[in-house]
Unconditional design. Structure first.
Length: 201
């Protein structure tokens, strides 16, 4: 009878770990790719209604429509409502008309946004005018006799809730993949050792 290779846990665990490392890397990369792809789809999709709103409003204003008529009379409380809103600025960045309200006033947008729009024609940003209030905003410009800028925005609350659920699901799948792949490596090596031992008998 030939000597049977040692297959005890002392030898099995280090070997399983070495075989498992590439699997752990693949599982981690796959989980990361899934998270980034879905998260970016959710975030970019949050801009879609605002792109249409901003471009349509800019076209109306360039054609001579009145700012207040384009914005309408309804007010949107940015701290509470999920409804989209519009703000129209003159060429210097001063508010002309707005349906957005926060603490009873239209909040100022981050500095540098108008400069970015002047150079690129449009800016899409995550806007946080105060703690706990985050908006997906699209800013574009318009020409005509009274040129200026249009901001269209809406709350990111629902999108961020979905991102939070996505993080939990991908995290749970990653942990299951990491643990499961290591267990499979252990089982495969153990069975391989048993089969090799039988062949040597």
């Amino acid at each position: 009878m030939s000597d049977i290779p040692a297959t005890g846990s002392t030898h099995l665990l280090p070997r399983a770990f070495l075989y498992w490392l590439p699997l752990a890397f693949c599982v981690t990369v796959l989980a990361g790719l899934v998270y980034v792809a879905v998260q970016q789809s959710l975030r970019q999709g949050a801009n879609d209604p605002q792109i249409e709103m901003a471009e349509d409003a800019a076209a109306q204003l360039q054609a001579g429509a009145q700012a207040q008529a384009v914005v309408g009379n309804n007010k949107v409380d940015m701290s509470q409502s999920l409804a989209p809103f519009l703000t129209i600025y003159d060429a210097s960045g001063k508010v002309v008309a707005s349906s957005a309200q926060l603490n009873g006033a239209t909040p100022p947008i981050p500095p540098g946004v108008f400069d970015s729009v002047r150079s690129s024609g449009e800016d899409r940003l995550t806007w946080q005018p105060q703690e706990g209030v985050r908006e997906a905003a699209v800013v574009t410009q318009f020409g005509g006799s009274s040129p200026g800028f249009v901001l269209a925005g809406r709350s990111l609350r629902e999108v961020e809730d979905r991102e939070s659920r996505l993080t939990q699901m991908v995290g749970a799948a990653w942990i299951a993949g990491i643990v499961g792949s290591f267990v499979l490596c252990l089982v495969a090596l153990w069975l391989g050792g048993r089969l090799a031992g039988r062949r040597l008998v």
